[in-house]
Ligand binder design. Sequence first.
Ligand SMILES: *[C@@H]1O[C@H](CO)[C@@H](O)[C@H](O)[C@H]1NC(C)=O
Ligand SMILES: *[C@@H]1O[C@H](CO)[C@@H](O)[C@H](O)[C@H]1NC(C)=O
Length: 370
Amino acid sequence: MRVLGFLAGVASATAVSPSVCGSHPETVPDCDKPDLGSCGNACCVAELSLSTAPLQAYTDTKSALMSLLSDGFSYVTGGDPNPGDDLRPYNVTKPKNFKFIFQGRHDAPKYKGPNADILDFAIYESGAGSVLRMFSLSRIHGALGDHGQNYKTLAFLAQKLESNSKPTPVHGCGLPAAATVQRASLFLQQRSVLDLSTPPSSSVCGASPTKVPDCDKPDFGSCGNACCLAELSLSTAPLQAYTDTKNLLMTLQSDGFSYITGGDPNPGDDLRPYNITKPKGFKFIFQGRHDAPKYKGPNADILDFAIYESGSGSVLRMFSLSRIHGALGDAGQNYKTLTFLAKKLDGSEKPTPLYGCGLAIDSEIQEYVQ
Ligand SMILES: *[C@@H]1O[C@H](CO)[C@@H](O)[C@H](O)[C@H]1NC(C)=O
Ligand SMILES: *[C@@H]1O[C@H](CO)[C@@H](O)[C@H](O)[C@H]1NC(C)=O
């Protein structure tokens, strides 16, 4: 069966790299974890245990990225600013003993160049070996589903490192959302009701995040880079929620926000014709950016949004990813960006963190308290 599947994949996709799921994912190994909108767009966070120490694990993974050019992989460095990959001088111990961080890309035939999927990696020490945290994000706006490509990309790379193990999915990768929903209700109960004041004008945490509201959820490497996935309940129906959020992105230009559309291919934002019911009744999907003074243009954080129906209202799923290579920490910026938007939509609500947003540190602190 396996051989037949393999041959079918080859026949239907000549000249396509074996790292690509393509139009017949059922015939390609490791394309069995399709994701739908876990990061607004489709995404996958997975971890791979390695017997090698962090430095060796870093060297091997970076070499693999650089040697798999014909399979669409590449290693990303340079630019301005140009953070290094070596975290060892910073003695990071929480939430993990992170030693290296780096970025890559994965091209597929229809999605390459500026549309290539983003890969973020962080390596932490674990016993005598290491854990490679791997993240793949469908890059183009409107990418609700990935046909299994994000997990496939990570599994393909993992095979080049240690042939016998597969990366373990942590978030996205088609994992059921049950765990995160429970977590959400916990946070809803704990949510403060003291946020009715009008927010200050700045959407940036900057150099003194402790002095800026909502910069209290710094993240470290949850997506290889820092990231935050959060949800906001809205009383408006999906179409209205979409119109309001999109308008907001377009009007908050001086706060660094923008709305992304166009390009080739150019998927639309309206998911209603597809009658999606699982894992959520997704109705709209769209993308934005958030510039901060040092991180703008190609380094601007990526924002992905998906809206699903909930009763007579909607839920706005919001995702912010620190864009530049080497961004282990965000000084609270990803959650701040989403909260800044949320307050303009519904002044009484803060988005509920679901993944990233410093949750890994929070849960460690809770363990200490108990
Ligand atoms: C990290 O630890 C080393 C060795 O203990 C020390 O010399 C160095 O100053 C520390 N660096 C930071 C940024 O704390
Ligand atoms: C979605 O539902 C509508 C109304 O029931 C139907 O006309 C349409 O064909 C469906 N579209 C898809 C892609 O299934």
